[in-house]
Design a protein around this ligand. Sequence first.
Ligand code: NBP
Length: 469
Amino acid sequence: QKPHFGLTGLAVMGQNLARNVAHNGFPIAVHNRTASKVDEFIADFGTEGTFVGAHSLKELVDALEAPRTILIMVKAGGPVDAVIDELVPLLSPGDTLIDGGNSLYTDTQRRNKDLTAKGLNFLGVGVSGGEEGALNGPSIMPGGQREAYDRVAPIFEAISAKVDGTPCVAYIGADGAGHYVKMVHNGIEYADMQLIAEAYDLLKNVCGLSNNELAKTFGEWNEGDLDSFLIEITTQIFQTKDTLTEGHLVDFVLDKAAQKGTGKWTSQNALDLGIPVTGITEAVFARCLSALKDERVAASTQLPGPVDVAFEGDKVAFVNDIRDALYCSKIVAYAQGIQLMDAAAAEFGWSLNRGEIATIWRGGCIIRARFLNRIKDAYDNNPELANLMLDPYFRDGLAARQAAWRRVVGEAVKLGVPVPAFASSLAYYDGYRRASLPANLIQAQRDLFGAHTYERTDREGTFHSSWGA
Ligand code: NBP
């Protein structure tokens, strides 16, 4: 009997997902534009399961039993459209195309609309976990037609990561919802990585920790509330010796951060929806600033930092303060990311289950972390929760650590160590908890120079005044 499930795009992600599907007992037809890769794949991994090699998209479609499902794992952007355009005339109504790449959710919405009009199903599926996750169990965020998802759910549940026996996959919502949630996941990943990098800067340059001490410190942090994949790999990085020199490899890595765009998309959309996603956006800008290496090197001899200042506190205590600042800022990153998802759900008519999203982020993906259990609990306890920071567990956690958070940001400012994500997260916390902000002055200015009008605190209506004595 022919398989129902096929995959096109045998680069690293596609290969590993195809193997994962086969390992779980599902037969799968595989294709790649450069057909020689199909033969190489079958030669390398053909014994791992039931594979059918196809050298053209026509062969792929013919190899599948209807209703067919084809997972597209090619480069995001134009290549996805090229593959869809070539596949559509070969398919029958009721077949399903799945885009498992990092596509922009608006592209997914467009493709879903176009293909629905042609009687086809289209799922946009976020897959996180890199190549290792793709092989052994990623976190999967599917969006699109519910019925189409239900048909492939057994495969996705089988190949996904499991935490406490629960698969890290759940239907997210219509059209672009899966890719949207994956985008926000990546945005939170940017924030988390930047926060860890700021902690590293302070631990190294203020507390004077060596790479071995950094490995030990992050290793200890990984035993507590900060337990997460990113802290775990950070520990590994500080343990890694260079093979070309005597030193540690991390010290030879050029300090220019690259990016592929998902963090930027998150920030762009946050600006469009008017949601203050400051941690993720600072993380994107911090990468941009890091990329200006030549300018920074030139400026380093010209722009003065603080004069005659030194850290005067207890370094051991400050290490713990940095841990607490990282924890608080991380809560803010999640709080902001979830607020953005809430706004998108309202904008696009999705009903996103925040507790379930936290559940599927617990395993497989890059932001997997112990405290996602707590995020799930927060939304289970109160599905209407307005902001994660207001959940009693997180509220109390922030309250207990805020003094440390303020000490860290204060010291960093005093010493001239840039901590954009720590500082903006704290500013967000302080802004969000303020019943009054100085925006009354901004409204007054807008009304004075542009007659933009304002509302009053003491009566209904819209007002315009002539300002000045
Ligand atoms: P790449 O993003 O490097 O894409 C390479 C694949 O795209 C090859 O199979 C290539 O075929 C195919 N392709 C291209 Br390029 N242009 C094509 C076209 N016009 N028509 C047909 N096929 C075309 O692969 P990847 O790193 O495995 O990533 C796949 C997707 O998964 C991407 O969207 C990526 O962002 C996402 N993702 C990647 C990771 C990761 O860790 N790498 C993690 C999560 C998500 P060829 O062999 O003929 O050139």
